[in-house]
Structure formats: C-alpha cells, structure tokens
Ligand binder design. Structure first.
Ligand code: BTN
Length: 258
C-alpha cells in the first residue's frame, strides 16, 4: 500500500491526515485511542488487522495486501441521536466510490453493508464517545473486500461474501478506492454539518436494496418477518408485520426473502 498515492488525491479535510500502519490490532481501536490528540477527519489506515472488529461482536477477516481497512475520526457537533447519520454517510460514500471506480452496482443493505447482488463486499462499524448526549468522537470503520480471491474466504462466508475482484475479474488500486471514499465522505460530511440531513437520508434510500422487500430480522433470539417499510432518522428499520403492526429495529441481521 502506498499512502502517498492517496494523499495526493485528497481534496478536503477528511483524509488530509492519514496515519498508515502495515499491521494493527484494529484500526477502530487504535483510532479511538488517539482520537483526542488528532484533528477532525484524521484517518487510520492499515494493510492488515490482527483483531479486525465486525458488527455484533464478530471478527472482520483482515488479511494483508488485498483489502481496505480504515477508520475515520470525526468530531462533529452532533447529538447521540445523530450517530446513525454518520454511518449512513459512510455507507453512501462507500457505495458511490465503489460504483465510480469499479462500475459495479453497489447497494446498501440495512443497516450498513455494501452489497453486490446480495453478497457482502464491505461493512461499516461506527463507535462513538458520548458525553451528556453530545458526540465527542465518532470513529467510522470501513472494511472493503477489494482484491481478495474466493478461495481466501472461509467456508461459512463463501455464499454470502464477495470482493470487487471476484465480481469484476479485475484487480483494483486500493489507493484509488480509498481516495474516492475519503473525498466522498468529505462531501457528505460537509452536507451534514450544514444540517442537510434530508439529502443524505434520501440518498441512502435511493441506494438501499432493503426497503420494499420481505425480510426476516434476527434481533438477539427474536425473529420478525415482514415488509421492510422505511428507516427513521435515527437509522432504525421499520418492519410492517403481517398483523399490520410495525416493529422498529435498531440492530440485528436481516435476511431478504424475496
Ligand atoms: C461489519 O460487521 O459489517 C462491520 C465491519 C467493519 C470492519 C472495519 S475494517 C476497519 C475497521 N476496523 C475494525 O476493527 N473494524 C472496521
């Protein structure tokens, strides 16, 4: 990985400062540790992670030389209710950047998976430090499978995960993809700070593959099956059950049925 190739493409404040490491435990954990000492928009980037963190306490597979693992440190003047908007922002930025560089029709699966034909290309993990309902620090971790081959995935991910290379048959410059993501994030971060959250929510809705589909949501041990109706402005998924009642889901896994 050549961070200088990323730096020369950066246009705004997100990614103006990039801290690059060949190997870390987790870019999110490291970013949280240093967050107070760095400026808004600083990025922690690594070629590999030994303890990559996924959602819901899972492990994020992070081998060297092929993929993207980065964390953006933000210090927005937002309240804890707005934390979901930051994740939406990263998902929209990731989808735009991947569409532009690879030509793939990347979509967002609730809450924030980047998918191509229902297979997962990337994920986002946002962690926040909150005091008196204000976000002091948000660390937005983005993991993307770029040049990973099918045989590098473990058995249990074979049918649900993919990479840009598997989908296109081509190898991509990780530096170019990263620069696109950071520039896109800068653009949406500026919109958010200008209180233009509707534009962001609208874009998320345009890019999602979840709304209007029949889904089963697994929340802990409970399963809810129904129509994925909408998301509210805190990022919760509203499912319309066959009884006509609705359920709001703030975390969990969904399976798209048809
Ligand atoms: C998910 O489970 O879908 C979220 C995966 C997030 C993975 C990224 S890789 C960079 C950053 N550092 C981590 O430890 N996790 C996130």
């Amino acid at each position: 990985m050549h961070p200088a190739d990323i730096r020369e493409r950066i246009k705004g404040s997100v990614g103006k400062e990039i801290l690059y490491f060949e190997k870390v435990g987790s870019t999110n954990a490291l970013a949280m540790d240093i967050a107070e000492k760095v400026t808004d928009g600083t990025v922690v980037l690594a070629d590999s992670q030994e303890k990559g963190k996924g959602r819901l306490g899972r492990i994020w597979l992070s081998p060297p030389g092929v993929n993207v693992y980065l964390s953006v440190i933000l210090k927005p003047a937002l309240t804890s209710r707005d934390a979901a908007l930051l994740t939406f922002m990263a998902a929209v930025a990731g989808a735009h950047a991947l569409r532009r560089t690879s030509g793939l029709e990347v979509r967002i699966k609730w809450p924030n998976d980047l998918v191509v034909s229902e297979r997962k290309l990337g994920g986002i993990l946002t962690e926040t430090k909150i005091e008196r309902q204000r976000i002091l620090v948000a660390v937005i971790g983005i993991g993307l499978n770029v040049n990973m081959d099918i045989d590098a995935f473990p058995e249990d991910l074979l049918h649900t995960a993919t990479s840009v290379k598997i989908e296109t048959g081509r190898i991509f410059s990780r530096e170019m993809i990263i620069a696109e993501i950071l520039n896109e994030m800068d653009r949406w971060y500026t919109e958010l700070k200008g209180k233009k959250r509707e534009i962001l929510l609208h874009e998320w809705q345009r890019l999602t593959s979840t709304l209007g589909r029949h889904v089963t949501a697994l929340v802990g041990k409970e399963a809810y099956t129904g129509l994925a109706d909408s998301v509210d402005d805190e990022g919760r998924l509203i499912i319309r059950l066959p009884s006509g009642r609705t359920r709001k889901i703030s975390s969990g896994d969904i399976t798209i049925l048809r």
